[in-house]
Design a protein around this ligand. Structure first.
Ligand code: ADP
Ligand code: MG
Length: 484
C-alpha cells in the first residue's frame, strides 16, 4: 500500500528527490593544501586560494578525487573517466571568489543505485542520478556582534560530494531511510564521516505532491536540512503546505524554502533560480579531470566491504538471523567488534552477547563500541571460559559485570575473585549429600510424587556452592541421588 496524505479532495501522493551534500573525508581541501579539521579557530585554515586572492591557482587534490570514485563505486554507479570543473557564479559574502568551482555538465560519477530498508521489512531500489565534486563556501557568523556579520573561511574550499537522487522516494519514511542508508555506505567506505551535527552531511529535500496516476507536478526545494528526523519532518510539512495550496485553487511555484525546525513548517527563502542564472562556464584554471582506468580498478579492489554485502555474509557464513545481521552491521565499528568476538567461536552466542549484555552495558555506561570498557578481545576470552567450562552462564554474567566496571580481562577477574565454577563431581556429590540429608522430609515428598521439589534441591545446592557448581553436573548428580 502506498503512502498518501489525506486532503479535502482525497488522498495525495508524495514525490521526493534528495540532493545530499557530503563533506569528503580528507586532510586537505579540494583545491588547496589548507587543513579541514572541524572546530578550529575561525580563519585559521585558509590558504590564499580559498580566500580568493588574485592570481592564485587551484590544484586538484588527488585524495578527494579518489574518495568521490570510491563513493561512486559504493553506489554501483558509472564512473566517468572524463569530467570537468565549471564555475558557478554568484555573489555572497562568504564566497570571496564570487564563484564556486563545481561540476555541472560533466560530473565525475553518473547513474547508480541504492537499496533502502523499510520498517515493514521490505526494500526498495532508489536511483542515483549523479555525484559531483564541488567546493563548500565559508560561513557567515551573524551571532557574534549585534551590528556586524563576521565571515569564517575555514570551510571555504572544503571538498563536497553532491549526491543527487532520482525522484523515486514516496514517503517521509523512505526519505529518512535513504539518508540513513547513504550515510551508512559513506561511513563504511570512509569517504565522509556522516556527522550531521557538524554539518558533514546536509540534505536539500525536493518535494512535490500529485494525485494517483498523474505525472509530476512542480516541486519545491527545502535547503540544508541537517538531521534525518528533520528530513522526514520537512517532507511532511512541505507536502501538507502544497496540498493546501493546490486545494485552495492556487498553484505551487518552484522555489527554495527553509525548514523552521522550531515551528515545524517551511518558509520561502527565494524563488528558484535556474541553471542559467549561475552563468556556468568551464573553469579556465583547471584542465578536464581524466581518470586512468587502471587507477579506477585499483580503487575498486581496495574498496571496503559494503553494508549489504556484510549483512548477507553474516547470514550465510555465521548463520545469523536477518535481524541480527542487520543490527550488527549498522555501524562498521560494531561489525568489526562482533567479528573479532565471533572469530573461531560460536557465532550465534557471540551475537547474543554483543547485542544483549554488551549493548546494555554501553547504554548504561554511556559509552559506545569504540570506547567500550569491555574490549572485543576480553569478551571473546569470556566466551572461551564458558566453552571450556571454567564459567557457567550465570557466573559469566557476574564476571562480565566486573569487566564492565574494571575494564579488566575475565581471566584476571576469575582468579582474583575465585569465580571458577566447580566441575569436580566428587565435590558436588558431597554438597548434594549434605543438602539431601538436611532436607529428609522434602526428599520423601519428592519420592512420593512432588517432582516440583527438584528445583528446590538445585537451588539449595547452588547456594551452598556460592553459585559456582556447574549447573549441568549439579542437575545430573541430584537426579542420580534422588533416584537411588
Ligand atoms: P536542479 O538541478 O534544478 O536542482 P534537478 O533536475 O537536478 O534540478 O533535480 C534536483 C532534485 O529534485 C533531484 O533530486 C530530483 O530527483 C528532484 N526532483 C525533480 N523533479 C521533482 C519533482 N517533480 N518532485 C520532487 N522531486 C523532484
Ligand atoms: Mg539542484
Amino acid at each position: 500500500m502506498s503512502y498518501t496524505i489525506e486532503g479535502e479532495t482525497g488522498p495525495w501522493e508524495l514525490v521526493i528527490g534528495l540532493e545530499v551534500h557530503a563533506q569528503v573525508s580528507s586532510e586537505a581541501k579540494l583545491f588547496s593544501g589548507a587543513a579541514t579539521e572541524f572546530g578550529a579557530p575561525p580563519n585559521s585554515q585558509v590558504s590564499f586560494v580559498d580566500a580568493g586572492m588574485p592570481g592564485m591557482l587551484p590544484v586538484i587534490n588527488r585524495e578527494c578525487v579518489a574518495q568521490a570514485v570510491r563513493t561512486g563505486l559504493g553506489l554501483k554507479a558509472k564512473i566517468n573517466p572524463w569530467s570537468r570543473f565549471d564555475r558557478k557564479n554568484y555573489f555572497y559574502a562568504d564566497l570571496p571568489t564570487g564563484y564556486q568551482i563545481s561540476q555541472f555538465a560533466f560530473p565525475i560519477v553518473g547513474e547508480g543505485k541504492l537499496t533502502i530498508e523499510l520498517s515493514d521489512g521490505t526494500t526498495k531500489e532508489i536511483g542515483i542520478t549523479r555525484l559531483h565534486l564541488e567546493q563548500d563556501a565559508g560561513k557567515s557568523l551573524h551571532d557574534q556582534d549585534p551590528s556586524r556579520t563576521f565571515v569564517d573561511l575555514n570551510r571555504a574550499g572544503v571538498a563536497l560530494m553532491e549526491i543527487v537522487s532520482e525522484p523515486d522516494l514516496r514517503s517521509p519514511e523512505e526519505a529518512g531511510a535513504y539518508v540513513t542508508k547513504l550515510r551508512q555506505i559513506l561511513r563504511y567506505l570512509g569517504t565522509c564521516d556522516g556527522n550531521m551535527e557538524e554539518g558533514s552531511l546536509r540534505a536539500d529535500v525536493n518535494v512535490s505532491v500529485r494525485k494517483a496516476g498523474e505525472g509530476f507536478r512542480t516541486r519545491c526545494e527545502v535547503k540544508n536540512v541537517n538531521s534525518i528526523r528533520f528530513v522526514m519532518q520537512a517532507v511532511e510539512a512541505e507536502a501538507r503546505r502544497q496540498i493546501e495550496v493546490w486545494e485552495s485553487g492556487g498553484t505551487v511555484e518552484q522555489e527554495t524554502r527553509l525548514f523552521d525546525t522550531g515551528r515545524g513548517v517551511t518558509r520561502s527563502m527565494r524563488s528558484k533560480e535556474d541553471a542559467h542564472d549561475y552563468r556556468y562556464f568551464p573553469d579556465p584554471d583547471l584542465p578536464p579531470l581524466v581518470l586512468e582506468p587502471a587507477w579506477i580498478e585499483e580503487l575498486k579492489s581496495g574498496l571496503s566491504e559494503l553494508p549489504d554485502d556484510r549483512r548477507a555474509r553474516y547470514v550465510g557464513e555465521y548463520g545469523l538471523t536477518a535481524y541480527d545481521a542487520h543490527v550488527l552491521t549498522l555501524e562498521k565499528e560494531t561489525a568489526a567488534y562482533y567479528e573479532e568476538v565471533a572469530r573461531g567461536r560460536d557465532a550465534k552466542q557471540a551475537a547474543n552477547w554483543v547485542m544483549g549484555d554488551l549493548f546494555a552495558a554501553l547504554n548504561r555506561t554511556r559509552t559506545d563500541i569504540t570506547t567500550s570498557p569491555v574490549s572485543a578481545k576480553n569478551l571473546g576470552a569470556l566466551l572461551d571460559l564458558m566453552a571450556d567450562n571454567t564459567l557457567s552462564g550465570k557466573l559469566a554474567k557476574e564476571v562480565f559485570e566486573a569487566m564492565v566496571e574494571t575494564g579488566r580481562s575475565p581471566g584476571e577477574i576469575v582468579e582474583e575473585r575465585g569465580l571458577r565454577q566447580v566441575t569436580d563431581t566428587g565435590a558436588i556429590e558431597a554438597v548434594v549429600d549434605e543438602v539431601l540429608a538436611k532436607n529428609a522430609d522434602k526428599v520423601a515428598e519428592f519420592r512420593s510424587g512432588k517432582e516440583k521439589l527438584f528445583g528446590f534441591f538445585v537451588g539449595q545446592t547452588m547456594r551452598a556452592m556460592q553459585g559456582k557448581g556447574n549447573p549441568a553436573l549439579v542437575n545430573e548428580v541430584i537426579k542420580a541421588k534422588l533416584a537411588g
